[in-house]
Design a binder for this molecule. Sequence first.
Ligand code: AMP
Ligand code: MG
Length: 344
Amino acid sequence: MYSITHSNMRQVIVGIESTAHTLSFGLVDMDGEPHNSYSSLFRPDEGGIHPREAADHHSDIASKLLRRMLSEENLHPNQIKGIAFSQGPGLGPCLRVGATVARALAANWNIPLIGVNHCVAHIEIGRNQTGCEDPVLLYVSGGNTQVIARAGDRYQVLGETLDIGIGNMLDKFARSQGIPFPGGPKIEILANEWLVKNPEADLEDIPLPYSVQGMDLNFSGILNAAQQRISEGHEIGAVCWSLQEHAFAACVEVAERALAHTGKNELLLGGGVACNERIRDMSTKMCIQRGDIASWPEKRFCIDNGTMIAELGRRMLNVGISTDMSLSSVDPSLRTDHTIVTWE
Ligand code: AMP
Ligand code: MG
């Protein structure tokens, strides 16, 4: 009689992402083949994201999302070989929801629990997807903006925002113009539409500050200045265009210096803002000039997603790393360079 044996049964690692606005379950096969994420984005009725409200959204939706993943992937719990979760950095109340669900599942199914660094997960899903080996990562997301590269046994932060994340800045500007969260995609559309109508546009007509400080960046000043340009009567499309040009050029400049400084020749984009065609285009142009290569994962793996958490969990488990329950508390201010990298 035919019976399902261990060797022909699909085995996976599940990942849970809950650092901020998104709760997401995702999975990878044991050989690193990534699969869909099952995600729900918290969208506040008004104002910014309140951590407690986002956490309530995550706990309300968690069991439904998990059941959806199991049924759509046709997965039985005995096929799940590990549960990875974002241990940090992020919003404490949101992180705790993901960690609690992960601990419960690991205990219930008697499988390893793997606490992972969210920023490092963006790098590993990017390496998985693009095949690049030793990249400089330009990580541009809602809450984070960092330029990261491997040095020794860590991913070191070579430059980063000193105030808010670039996505946060775009979302705040959008909100001040009545555009709901997430504002970044709509800003991209408005900028493109405006540029089509104004192909001769000159950035000097819509001046904004250029926010590079050494290898670091800041985005509060450019946000205030963009709002100022609107109150001076500039069209929203024009301001969106100038905002993208200035903010993205600043990020790409820091990334370029990181490539020059480290001698690496691959630039990887990650984070939700890496969905933007203009920052991709600027990165490609900069890399072509240097003889380097720019790449990025599919959009569903740029934004926060459970699959990238599963992929880093898989790599860690492969080299024998798992997280004891007693060490599984979340760390909202976990640094990228805190995590020792022992996997390939
Ligand atoms: P993450 O925090 O990585 O999940 O990414 C979410 C952030 O990405 C939000 O700030 C969005 O506004 C931003 N975002 C998503 N798509 C785009 C886009 N096409 N252009 C600019 N920003 C974007
Ligand atoms: Mg992220």
